[in-house]
Every structure is written in C-alpha cells, then in structure tokens.
Design a protein around this ligand. Sequence first.
Ligand code: 0O2
Length: 240
Amino acid sequence: MGNMTGNYEGVDSWETIMLLYNSALKEIGTKLEILNNEFQHVHQYNPIEHIKSRVKTPESIVKKLKRRGYESTIENMVKYVNDIAGIRVICSFTSDIYRVAEILANQSDINVLSIKDYIKHPKESGYKSYHMIVTVPIFLSDGVVDTKVEIQIRTVAMDFWASLEHKIKYKYEGYAPEHIKRELFECAEMVSDLDAKMMSLNEEIRGVAAEHGADDREREKQKREAERTLLKERFYGEAE
Ligand code: 0O2
C-alpha cells in the first residue's frame, strides 16, 4: 500500500478510508493530549483548554467537491478535500496556539503540507484561526498510509466568534444582511482586543508568580544554610 497523499492504490473503499481518517484523528488527538499532560507536569499549566474532532459528513464532502468543480469520486475526495479529518484545538492564549503548532510541526512523524495563519491575516469576515494540514502515518496490517488531517488551532474567544458566525452563515445560506456582517466584524475586533488583554494580564501574573517563586527559593536556601550552620555548631562546637 502506498502513500495516500500520492499513490493511494489499495485504499479505495469508503470503509477503509473512513478507518484511516478516524485513526488519524486518534493519533493527533493522542499527541495533543500527551503534550498537554507534559506541560502540566513540567510547567504546571495547560496550553490546551479542550479538543474537538470530527469526520466530515459524506454530504459535506460531496458539496465541497461540487463547489470546486470536481466529480464525486473517492480519488478526488482523498486528493482535494483536505479537511475530511478535522481536529479543533482550543487554547487559552494566542501564544499557546503558536507554541502547540510549532511543537506538533517538529514531531518527526508529522508532515506539514500547508499552513494558513488567519490570526496574522484574518479573513474578510473577521475570522481568525491557525490552520495546518498535516499528514500522520497510519500503520495498517499490510502497510503504512500517510493520512491528511486539518488542525484548526484557536483561542476560546476566537472559537466563540467562529461558532456564532458559522451559525449565522448557515441560517442565511451565506447571504447575511449587511448590518449583521458589520456587527460580526466589530465582534471579531473585540475578540482580538480581549485576547490581547488577557494574554498580557496572564504574562504579568506569571511574572509575579515567577518572582514569588524566586523569593521562595531564596528563603528555602537561607533556611538550609541556617540548618547546616546549626549542625556544624552541634558537631564541632563552633560555626565555621
Ligand atoms: P465546515 O462547515 O466548517 O466544514 P483547503 O482546505 O485549503 O482546501 P478551505 O476549505 O477553503 O481550503 O480552507 P480554509 O480556508 O482553511 O477553511 C477550512 C475550514 O475553516 C472551514 O471548513 C471552516 O471550518 C473554517 N473556516 C474558514 N473560514 C471561515 C469563516 O469565515 N468562518 C467560520 N466560522 N469558519 C471558517 P468548511 O469546509 O468551509 O466548512
């Protein structure tokens, strides 16, 4: 069996393909969970708030292919629909988004196919999120298949905005009234302000916590030194 992003002979049945995409979601989900646990262990904080994953519905896949002028075949779907397996990673702060993205991209079995940074370059609507299309190897009984996953990384606030915007877009079938679009855009700006303020507040708090940590360490050191001096006095009758 070949590489699904190039030669996907043998990966031709709907069931096999769905098995691959579901497995890819599990692999990426586990990687993210391990990362979050390690961060908790080493730095006592979680960069990831929560993770949502889904496999695109057949209707949605067909719609996307049609929109782009492709026939609805398994070959076209594997080749042209990049978000059949999608995972959404919700972080507290913008800085966490870039941290998580970089760590994932540097893992040796992850191959980054493309990146769209809608945080640095928001969409016209105001949409902000960090998108990566990656492949992850899926080990089957008779071979390895590199399988595509779309990873969307965003803050809680960006996610809140995107959910509402998606709902509105869906309701108006893409043709929302101008005033709604305008207000949504204004909300997107508020989301950016909120994210920026929350991040700088968090940095300040962490600065204070680090200072407290340094004070605690200094006190601990002085206590240990006092104990050593006392022990020496007891043993030798005098301090050095
Ligand atoms: P749905 O209904 O969420 O599944 P590519 O994947 O590179 O071939 P595409 O699909 O245009 O091309 O990529 P892009 O721009 O990275 O968008 C992919 C997904 O991002 C979308 O999937 C949405 O989930 C999300 N997204 C992009 N733009 C917007 C936006 O303006 N508002 C909201 N709420 N979500 C957005 P789908 O399949 O288009 O939609």
